[in-house]
Design a protein around this ligand. Structure first.
Ligand SMILES: *Cc1c(COP(=O)(O)O)cnc(C)c1O
Length: 388
């Protein structure tokens, strides 16, 4: 059902967007401008009447941002896409475009913590109720969906990495007339294309793999013309969380190498996850690639996973002894990172709940970067030796 992308197909989808407009530059220029002027009255009035689609003001339309949006739409197999100033701007704009007071949304549990907090604060104040379901339990999902407006998925989920059968969940949502959305940041369009599996809207934190170099915070939503038009009508212009031209340009640069980066993250992280699983000091490794088979439509795995240390390992000593893995949030860049679960559980942000995120106090989350598998494994081994 899912058509995964080969590397050459991927490359073909992000080239030749120029149409000869910019001196056939291989990279689109950065339109670092807030506004675009008109040559005369008639020119201006025809733009205002919408007779001619052209940029007027960058919050509405900017050619560099548009180039990124068109590439991302093609990569996801979607008709259209919209770039946002962050993944959270993308998530909040997508959801707020489809709910009103009294509505209910269904979300899989263990979603990205700030999405959980959006649901528990702003949506709650708007009187939008959220029902959480285990995305692996299709019966529970089918029971929760009737009467809901939005079904919000993330697969694999943050931290505990539960991978869902996205295609059958999307089909259930469609059957009940519920708009389905998925946060696809972890897999990227190289490994998972939810639109081709029947999902209505795909959301990314482009700050992660799409950018890939830890130098941009951005988001994007992709879907049908009709669904994206819904976002364009209100949330995009009026909430105003627009992607900037320079950040769009960085994202286009990042997309060029997405396939080779994803393959490298996948190979290194899988090797390290398998080796960790063999260790006596490790109780559990949460990595979807360790199961016998991946869910239909997930064609590969990325560099982010978590594992749980058994009692007796000093996690503080382990963390502080690491040299290549840096302590830091976020992920998806070139560099390897670690976050101890105990630290996240102490975060002051509300609502906060270990249960809601599934984070075990003795767990650590790793992002396996591009420094080389053996060097990274030695780093982990030395730190484990000191800590146990
Ligand atoms: C980081 C992240 C987000 C939020 O994205 P920002 O660009 O930081 O706003 C959303 N979902 C997931 C899974 C993330 O890891």
């Amino acid at each position: 059902m899912n058509d995964g992308l080969e590397q050459f197909e991927f490359a073909s989808l992000i080239t030749a967007h120029d149409d000869g407009n910019y001196a056939e530059a291989v990279v689109p220029p950065i339109f670092q401008t807030s506004l675009f002027t008109f040559s005369n009255f008639d020119d201006m009035i025809s733009a205002y009447r919408g007779e001619k689609v052209r940029p007027i003001y960058t919050r509405g339309l900017n050619p560099t941002v548009r180039a990124f949006e068109e590439m991302l739409a093609k990569l996801e197999g979607a008709e259209d896409a919209l770039g946002f100033a962050s993944g959270m701007a993308a998530i909040s704009s997508a959801i707020l475009s489809f709910v009103e007071p009294g509505d209910r949304i269904v979300a899989v549990k263990h979603v990205y913590p700030d999405a959980f907090r959006l649901f528990g604060t702003i949506l709650k104040r708007m009187k939008v109720e959220v029902t959480y379901v285990d995305g692996r339990d299709e019966e529970a999902v089918a029971k929760a969906l009737p009467g809901a407006k939005v079904f919000y998925m993330e697969s694999p989920t943050s931290w505990v990495m539960e991978a869902h059968n996205v295609g059958s969940l999307a089909e259930l949502a469609r059957k009940h007339g519920v708009v389905s959305m998925i946060d696809n940041s972890w897999a990227s369009p190289f490994f998972q294309r939810p639109i081709t599996l029947g999902v209505d809207l795909v959301i990314h934190s482009a700050s992660k793999y799409l950018g890939g170099h830890s130098d941009v915070v951005a988001g994007v939503v992709a879907g049908s013309k009709e669904m994206i038009a819904r976002l364009k009508a209100e949330a995009y212009p009026y909430l105003g969380g627009k992607l900037s031209p320079f950040d769009a340009w960085l994202l286009i640069r990042g997309l060029r190498t997405l396939p080779i980066r994803m393959k490298a993250h996948e190979a290194a992280a899988l090797t390290i996850a398998r080796r960790l699983q063999e260790l006596d000091v490790v109780g559990q490794v949460c990595h979807p690639g360790l199961a016998n088979c991946l869910p239909v439509g997930l064609n590969g795995t990325s560099g982010l996973f978590s594992f749980i240390f058994r009692e007796g390992v000093d996690i503080r000593a382990f963390t502080d002894h690491l040299k290549l893995f840096k302590l830091g949030v976020s992920w998806g860049g070139h560099e390897s990172l670690i976050v101890p679960g105990e630290v996240v559980l102490q975060q002051k942000a509300q609502p906060n709940s270990a249960h809601a995120f599934g984070i075990h106090a003795r767990s650590v989350r790793l992002h396996v970067g591009l420094e080389g598998t053996e060097a990274l494994w030695s780093d982990l081994q030395e730190a484990i030796a000191v800590a146990s």
